[in-house]
Design a protein around this ligand. Structure first.
Ligand code: DSN
Length: 413
């Protein structure tokens, strides 16, 4: 910060403010985490300055001796961690990774079957607002209206009717496990490629806390900053026979130069992910999500799917006559940070966002456990429902600060 403070004190101030914000709030954003200090260090390292195109041993610029070693480290470690046949670590983001997979084996206009966004899917799975929907012909499966879980019979039926070239499994807000084996079977039946987007789940999978999609998929994509805990950008795992196509689709197909600092952070987090501490955080993340879900259930909240098997809890606030936006804003005012989220029923009332998505990954990386989850659930309830009075909200904010002080962000896992 010494140089930044000299060059741009205003920006340096914002960095300090952001550190303070994180230290003094409880982060339940399922798509974030508290990166280890070493990861932030390598992200801000001299590798930021290197321009690379191509792959180790076949670059288009000189001076890649160390960049090549970094990328090779990331590739070796990532492949081993996820037991994958092939890996590409260059995608700038999860969406870039998904785009590269689509363009590696599909022709524009090809049919793809993926999960609907209000039912848990992701923008890059062919949502109308995403460029993916303009390049390929996406159809979407939904969750069952009663169980709110994927209806695999319906997916099979749609696959038989539509004959897609690719089937995508994976979600950004789906608190249950996905049966990758069954999805792969459906894809095989209709001769479709099968891709899983495990962006939210990668850390849980790396730790063996939930089953891996890798053995069942042609392609698996993920990002490193959610349950994976640290580093930016996307990764593609695939069967060896698609490796060349994937490499070409990433560079030069979808991207130019890759960011070596991001590659280095990926190499690092893949090493950290083999440590006992990382593994225990991932297990704790799931336990904590279950505790949080149970606590809210006891207080009469409706939990989408009735519970959770991963790091997410999705609360449907419809019966509480409260919008997701209201809850998000109210909770942020007391230092509890999360995001409003569509729930499956919202599809029937366009524009409505009735839920909030709670992720326990950040709190678990901070060292919190069951007692804290129970306390946080009660604090959230008080803030959302019972208390509009300023004094009560100020009391909740104090309790949040107590928790934050008791669990400082440990950046060195
Ligand atoms: N996909 C977005 C989310 O789940 O919030 C960002 O990573």
């Amino acid at each position: 910060m010494r140089y930044l403070s000299q060059d741009d004190p205003e920006l340096a101030g914002l960095v300090i403010d952001e550190e303070k914000r994180l230290e003094t709030t409880l982060n339940l954003i399922a798509a974030e985490n508290h990166a280890p200090r070493s990861v932030n260090e390598v992200l801000g390292s001299i590798f930021n300055t290197k321009t690379i195109e191509g792959y180790p041993g076949g670059r288009f610029h000189a001076g890649c001796v160390h960049a090549d070693q970094v990328e090779d480290l990331a590739r070796q470690r990532g492949k081993k961690l996820f037991n994958a046949e092939y890996i590409n670590v260059q995608p700038h983001s999860g969406t870039s990774a998904n785009l590269a997979v689509y363009f590696s084996v599909l022709e524009t206009g090809d049919r793809v079957l993926s999960m609907s966004l209000p039912h848990g899917g992701h923008l890059s799975h062919g949502h109308s607002a995403s460029i993916t929907s303009r390049c390929f012909d996406f159809s979407h499966y939904k969750v069952d209206s009663k169980t709110e879980r994927i209806d695999y019979d319906r997916v099979r039926q749609m696959a038989r009717q539509l004959n897609p070239r690719m089937i995508v499994a994976g979600a950004s807000s789906y608190p249950r496990l996905i049966d990758y084996e069954k999805m792969a079977e459906i894809a095989r039946e209709v001769s479709a490629f099968f891709m899983a987007d495990m962006a939210h789940l990668a850390g849980l999978v790396a730790a063996g806390a939930i089953p891996s999609p890798v053995p069942f998929c042609d392609f698996v994509t993920f990002t490193c900053y959610k349950t994976m805990i640290g580093g930016r950008g996307g990764v593609i795992l695939c069967r060896k026979k698609y490796g060349k196509k994937i490499d070409q689709a990433v560079f030069p197909g979808c991207q130019g130069t890759s960011a070596v600092n991001l590659l280095a952070a990926k190499a690092l987090i893949f090493k950290i992910a083999t440590r006992e501490k990382f593994i225990s955080i991932q297990k704790k993340t799931i336990e904590n999500a279950r505790t949080l879900a149970r606590e809210f259930k006891e207080m009469g909240y409706r939990i989408v799917t009735g519970g959770t098997d991963n790091h997410q809890v999705l609360l449907d606030l419809t019966a509480r006559e409260m919008s997701g936006k209201f809850a998000e804003t109210r909770l942020e005012s007391v230092g509890i940070v999360l995001n409003r989220n569509l729930v499956p029923q919202d599809e029937k009332t366009p524009g409505r966002v009735s839920g909030i998505r709670l992720g326990t990954n950040g709190l678990s990386a901070r060292g919190m456990g069951a007692a804290e989850m129970k306390r946080i659930a009660r604090l959230m309830d008080s803030a959302m429902v019972n208390s509009t009075g300023k004094e009560v909200l100020a009391g909740i904010r104090e309790e949040v600060l107590d928790l934050c002080r008791a669990f400082p962000i440990i950046k060195q896992i």
